[in-house]
Design a protein around this ligand. Sequence first.
Ligand SMILES: Nc1ncnc2c1ncn2[C@@H]1O[C@H](COP(=O)(O)OP(=O)(O)OP(=O)(O)O)[C@@H](O)[C@H]1O
Ligand SMILES: [Mg+2]
Length: 372
Amino acid sequence: MIVKELSFENFRNLENNTVFPSDGINVIYGDNAQGKTNILECLWLFTGNRSFRGAKENELIKFDNAFSKIHLKFEAREREQEIRLMIKGGNRFIELNGISKRYISEIIGSFCCVVFSPNHLTLIKNGPDERRRFIDAAICQIKPSYSSILSDYKTIITSRNALLKDIKEHSELMDMLDIWDEKLAVQGALVARERIAYIKNFSKYCSEFYTGISKGSEKIEISYKLSFGDEVTEDTSKLKAMLSDKLIKAQQSDIYQGYTGYGPHRDDLVVTIDSKNARNFASQGQQRSAVLAMKLAEASVLKAESGEQPVILLDDVLSELDYKRQDYLLNELSDKQVFITCCESEIMTKLKEGNKALFYINSGRVTPTEIE
Ligand SMILES: Nc1ncnc2c1ncn2[C@@H]1O[C@H](COP(=O)(O)OP(=O)(O)OP(=O)(O)O)[C@@H](O)[C@H]1O
Ligand SMILES: [Mg+2]
């Protein structure tokens, strides 16, 4: 997927303009609060998702204006395509290749990006929730049927948890628990199997990227950790047997807590750097490198599955990275289309010429700049 042309009108603080990026690395640089992240946010909206900053529709429209229009021309599936998006009155109106769509979700999958923003460091820093969400969202992109597997699982957990609370008052409901345990074990095995299969593939790419970023000086390992057993297998019947066994043994403690203690909703993704858990021991730069490698790996899996390389958006990724790591991002990813924002002007000296473009942004005005 290649962005050929991006136009924006009344979008955030950006001065109305059309930008023609390079097919490789695009560096957007400027001081703080000039509009760098706004450009990435604008590109991201064409994926059909909500802003990665969690912005509401009206916040995207330039102050004191009634609407914003953005337009993207891109190449995907070997043809030129375009998406037009208008934001007005709290709504988004969308057109894909000249055909207007009723729901924004109808364009999901047409234009794909992965985005790194400093907020995503929580992927390493925070608890397992965020990492589970990351895997689930990544799988949904390549296998839409996974979202119903997951939502069925969540429904079962909700029902089982409600039953656990009811049993405290009505012990005659105990028989029902075995029925829900069976359902949960079947559905939980399906969720775990999909995640394990995804991580097997994903972790290989992640290691390759991390080795590149750290120039081979550190090793990352990503593994799936089951909450209900040690055998991380793609065999659904084994997963089901393990979960079933745990659920039955934990019935009394689950009733006591009113909560299901075992299952994929308690699993985790363990990230280690040189065999140490990244959450507890990694430095700022290592955490940043790890999240970056994860985002790049997510894009590679998507490419392997769909045949299309997603566009990579890297917001404010260079700070806290040493020269070697910055060099990797600026000069060794040019087989992909990347948009990367940064503040320093010395970026010019780090960029080697090639498949890349430099844009300077000042008070929302984007100006293409020569690489010296
Ligand atoms: N709806 C809007 N209308 C006009 N200006 C806006 C709107 N929303 C945000 N802005 C302004 O856009 C400016 C630039 O925001 P942006 O987040 O893109 O900056 P940045 O260049 O990424 O800065 P930093 O380096 O600090 O991350 C902010 O000063 C903000 O006040
Ligand atoms: Mg920013």
